[in-house]
Design a protein around this ligand. Structure first.
Ligand SMILES: [Zn+2]
Ligand SMILES: [Zn+2]
Length: 162
């Protein structure tokens, strides 16, 4: 999102985009990853050592309330951890590997189609849509097969399963 648009969006909610807030928003935008609060703090602190954790947490809350940032739990792969990304990106689904935690972003027509179908079906006005898909990535499918084979072998030799 352009700095101007972000500023306007926050202003309409009575929130001022201070320099530190702008810095955090820029970092989220540029990282292209799904950062948690701690990860964002570490990045921000390198650029502005005066920026503390409390500011990062407060700012994330403000940006979320201002509709500039989305909070994700990514299938709770890491427990209660939450991740943040800017809303400026085109809508996408998060595809999460439940074994290694890798997160892929799926951009595609089916999401827009789903949106239109839900709106038509329920006469619903969608403000936000979030799609999360959990499973095993190609690498982890192979790993799991090996692990299960090893476990089965262990059992047949009546060794205790670790
Ligand atoms: Zn994986
Ligand atoms: Zn994403």
């Amino acid at each position: 999102m352009r700095a101007e648009a972000a500023r306007e969006s926050l202003k309409s909610k009575g929130i001022r985009l201070t320099r530190q807030r702008q810095l955090l928003l820029d970092l989220l935008e540029r990282s292209g990853k799904h950062l948690d609060a701690e990860g964002l703090y570490r990045l921000a602190n390198q650029l502005d050592p005066k920026l503390n954790r409390v500011t990062v947490y407060r700012t994330l809350k403000l940006l979320k309330e201002g509709g500039l940032v989305d909070e994700l739990d990514l299938m709770h792969f890491e427990g209660d951890q939450h991740y943040y990304e800017t809303r400026s990106k085109q809508e996408h689904a998060h595809v999460i590997c439940l074994r290694c935690g890798k997160v892929e972003e799926f951009f595609g027509d089916p999401l827009q189609k789903l949106r239109r179908q839900v709106e038509a079906h329920f006469g619903f006005q969608i403000l936000i849509a979030r799609t999360e898909i959990g499973g095993y990535c190609a690498h982890c499918q192979v790993m799991r097969e090996q692990e299960m084979a090893a476990a089965a072998e262990g059992k047949s030799q009546s060794k205790p399963v670790a």
